[in-house]
Design a protein. Structure first.
Length: 125
């Protein structure tokens, strides 16, 4: 899996690259920044990495948003590989990002995966 391609497609579908993107305003844990990161996701990233970034710091930084996303998916992607014996794929990574640690097996992430596939194809990647 190529992380640069993954992030390029993910950012395209999550925010269109808008650093000020603010999504899911109807939810308690709203999503922010280019990767549309929520507080529980960042809390998990901070636990995994031993850091203490705030949601504002991550949302306001393209580099930190990318880092947090890769940290989260690498962690739970490795767990997926241990459980299934299969390598991490774009599909599994997109589903984990959208649906949490077990997002790879949730039907609720089907639409997100479809958006990812369509964007990847549209972008010629």
């Amino acid at each position: 899996m190529n992380w640069l391609i993954f992030l390029q497609v993910l950012i395209a579908i999550e925010s269109g690259g808008d650093i000020n993107a603010h999504g899911d305003k109807h939810l308690t844990n709203q999503a922010y920044g280019i990767c549309q990161i929520r507080q529980p996701y960042l809390t998990d990233v901070n636990r995994i990495a031993g850091t203490s970034y705030t949601l504002k710091e991550v949302a306001d930084s393209q580099a930190l948003s990318r880092w947090a996303t890769i940290t989260y998916i690498r962690h739970y992607g490795a767990r997926y590989t241990r459980i299934t014996g299969k390598p991490l794929t774009y599909e599994v990574a997109a589903r984990i990002h959208n649906g949490g640690p077990n997002g790879w097996k949730k039907e609720s992430t089907d639409a997100h995966w479809a958006k990812f596939q369509a964007a990847k194809t549209r972008m010629g990647l």
